[in-house]
Design a protein around this ligand. Structure first.
Ligand code: ATP
Length: 300
């Protein structure tokens, strides 16, 4: 488990991470979402002890990660797959990492097999494609057989086959009871993998929600009625959320179309439209983060 408590990081006058509190639970894939510059990488670096927080705390399995004697056995991380030293072979790169973390050499061949790099194990990593580099980075993360894994934007620049492979790998790791935190700004992709979502914007927590719940909230029903005021009151009384929709319609979330129809009938309200809508996950995510996007594109 990873636990953040009021975690804060400032760079000069800028607060990159602003009082973040959440936990990342084992046995599931937690998606860590936010627009560019939201503070995802900074948070991950603080989890790994690579950056010092200016406030708050973070623990991994109840301990301060900085004080862990053999860190690779505790936490595996893929931070920047492009930051590879190209002169070593893939196998030697991993052997060196294994050696410094008291991990037996045979584990190197195991992880090379696991990530499908056996046939290029003796090639210099500098000759690797982006996808192969990503696999090597993941092999390094898995080397110490850690219970906690962090992946920062792992699918960036990968082809569909590579993306599918990473998705299945993360799923498998979570199914083995490990804690998996994966950052992305691509909701549609991560929606296929994550069971749980933590969304941040401008360094602050925006949502900490189950994927299923997020999906449920991303759908609504468009309603037009002759007495929208009365219907709105009844809907809210029944626990629904009601927002203004296009052309004076209402968008209702939290109740199914059939339940809305029944409520309207009981209230004596005539409906002229009752249409279930489904926002794409990207749209739902945009709605969540709209106010926190730092650099909005200016449309000429
Ligand atoms: N070393 C640093 N010095 C100064 N500012 C930094 C540093 N690292 C990050 N920042 C700033 O902190 C903020 C958060 O950056 P961070 O890289 O954590 O965001 P992110 O969510 O990972 O974004 P992206 O998806 O673009 O990688 C940004 O405004 C960034 O410019």
């Amino acid at each position: 488990m990873i636990a953040l408590e009021g975690l804060t990081k400032r760079y000069g006058g800028k607060t990159a991470v602003d009082g973040l509190t959440f936990t990342v639970e084992p046995g599931r894939v937690t998606g860590f979402f936010g627009p560019n510059g939201a503070g995802k990488s900074t948070t991950m670096r603080m989890i790994l002890g690579l950056d010092r927080p200016d406030g708050g705390s973070v623990t991994v399995n109840g301990r301060d990660y900085v004080n862990v004697p053999l860190p690779m056995r505790e936490v595996g991380a893929l931070l920047d797959a492009r930051a590879l030293h190209g002169t070593r072979t893939a196998r030697n790169h991993l052997r060196w990492l294994a050696h410094t973390n008291a991990i037996p050499d045979k584990r190197v061949d195991e992880v090379l097999r696991l990530v499908g790099l056996e046939s290029v194990a003796r090639k210099r990593s500098g000759t690797f494609s982006l996808g192969m580099g990503q696999r090597l980075g993941i092999a390094a993360a898995l080397l110490g057989d850690p219970k906690v894994l962090l992946f920062d934007e792992p699918v960036n620049g990968l082809d569909p086959e590579g993306i599918k492979w990473i998705r299945e790998l993360m799923r498998g790791l979570a199914d083995e009871g490990r804690t998996v935190l994966v950052s992305s700004h691509l909701m549609s992709e991560m929606a296929l993998t994550a069971d749980h979502l933590v969304v941040i914007g401008r360094g602050r927590l925006i949502a900490d929600v189950g994927m299923r719940e997020f999906v449920r909230h991303s759908s609504g029903v468009l309603v037009r009625a002759d007495d929208q005021e009365l219907l709105t009151a009844r809907l809210i009384g029944a626990g629904a959320s009601v927002e203004p929709g296009p052309e004076a319609a209402l968008i209702v979330t939290g109740l199914a179309a059939g339940e809305i129809g029944k409520l309207a009938m009981e209230a004596g309200v005539a409906l002229s439209e009752l249409t279930p809508q489904r926002l794409s996950l990207e749209e739902a995510y945009m709605n969540l983060t709209r106010d926190s996007i730092e650099y909005q594109a200016v449309v000429a």
